[in-house]
Design a protein around this ligand. Sequence first.
Ligand code: ZN
Length: 400
Amino acid sequence: MLRFSPALTGSLSRRLRDHMSNIVSSARIHSPHSNTTSFITTDLERSIMDQLEVLPSVSRLSDHVVRVLGQNPGKFTLQGTNTYLIGKQNPYILIDTAEGRDEYISVLDSALRETAKPSNPNEPDVSDIIISHWHPDHVGGLPSVLSLLRRLWDERNPSLPFKPPRLHKLPQNSDEPVIAFGATNTLPSIISSLPANAFTPSPSGNPLHDLHDFQTFAASGLRVLHTPGHTSDSICLHVPQDRALYTADTVLGQGTAVFEDLSAYLKSLNRMLNFSEGEGYTSLYPGHGPVIPKGKEMISGYIQHRLEREAQILKVLNSPPPRNGDSDDAPPRWTTWTIVTTMYAAYPESLWLPAAHSVDLHLKKLQEDKVVRRVSGELQHTSWEVIDILSSSPVDRKSN
Ligand SMILES: [Zn+2]
């Protein structure tokens, strides 16, 4: 099962808590960007928000890392988006820019004047901004962060030319959808709206410097790990001095994370585990929620949680399907929807639709693994059959 921080182990039963955190996380990127209906009942929402660990707006996590909260708490973002200033002294690297609330800029301003004040006044506060992935709650603050950095510099060095920061991101495939989970990719329009002198372009003239897997930032030793799954462009960053791994939204400080592609996601989680053996990290710095001191256990818990869900789905698929109502000769088959309504029979119906999204991603992975086959139908009416009971049994046995 998944491990939870003690703050979330209050009155909700473990099962419900486990499930609700899935729903919270899976709804998390549905909603802030659209009018999508919230799938969570208000009482449960409140209950979950009340049980989140309170995080200070600015926290020095180590000699090298200061965490600044995005001031955008909510049922979809937990305590808000975490942004991190990396480095022992300025110029720092800033990881992510939150969603663009004015309150965040005030908090980042005071963090850069007090907690992470410049020891090299003739150097800028921030030399590099690394964007972990395209979601709006990580990139929306870019314009206002750049204005703040300019303002701080002009105040300190009115007569010296400003060295604007470099912006780094893993390149996205051009054929990738700009809308996922109801969230629109606002990054291209944000980038094109930036004044040309607000950032230092790449040597080829692009606003974004392309990150690549295993790239290392010399001064800080920060190392990029491409970990697709939450989104295809998601990265983690190894912070060697802290023996920590920044995980963005791939692993969250509380609850479980949502993903676009389960096969890629599980591969990334396993890659992160292997990386803990080689390069060495103990704790995780997530994109939302508190520091996770036992990183490896948390990642193993995430993997276990997904395998258990997969086993539950296979168990249902291997049991006799419900009859097709009035229908004729077609043999009864499980559909995504009947799997969901069977697995989640004990939960309110309002939770079935978001659960169907997750079950659908599991079924797609099982299809990729050649464990199940899509027979017919579309969306939640898609019907499925198990291809080979023997090949699916190892996972199934694990759960029993
Ligand atoms: Zn995200």
